[in-house]
Design a binder for this molecule. Structure first.
Ligand code: CMP
Length: 143
């Protein structure tokens, strides 16, 4: 097992529904620790840049519009195999295809309004964390 950091975003709808604590509780009870956290509202440019890999996809405009609707909570989660573990806790992108008990199955509305984002690989985790946080912002929680 490897100690990893991964980026987690609680998306606008979930922040508005006031279920931040419920979502963080699921991460914590699954062994992940919050190593950094910040609430912010993404600008159009930031959302376009963050999701640039999806630029050519048909859902890109809807995704950017949704992610800029209202504030999000961005977090760095720390733990053993945090990247894969976070994705397992989140469940499949489409809440209708997600496993019961996952965040997206239990709390997601649809593929765009799917409650949370999580990095999918070590390279993307490093890039996505650097998008929102400076190295000094991250507090090691494993000591
Ligand atoms: P997220 O983990 O934030 O990464 C990309 C997002 O695009 C994804 O979650 C979904 O919210 C959104 N999206 C919308 N439609 C699709 C789709 N058909 N396939 C993948 N992602 C989609």
């Amino acid at each position: 097992m490897t100690l990893e950091h991964t980026l987690s975003i609680i998306k606008p709808g979930a922040v508005r529904r006031n279920i931040i604590g419920q979502i963080i509780g699921r991460f914590e009870s699954s062994g992940l620790r919050v190593a950094a956290a910040r609430m912010l509202r993404l600008s159009q440019e930031q959302a376009e840049q963050f999701y640039a890999v999806h630029r050519e996809r048909p859902f890109y405009a809807e995704l950017v519009a949704y992610m800029t609707e209202s504030p999000i909570l961005v977090m760095v989660l720390e733990g053993e195999d945090a990247i894969a573990r976070n994705r397992a806790i989140m469940g499949s992108t489409d809440p209708q295809k997600a496993t019961p008990g996952t965040i997206r199955f239990d709390l997601g509305k649809n593929t765009t309004r799917n409650t949370v984002h999580g990095s999918d690989a070590p390279e993307t985790a490093a890039a996505e964390i650097a998008f929102f946080f400076k190295p000094d912002d991250i507090c090691p929680r494993h000591e």
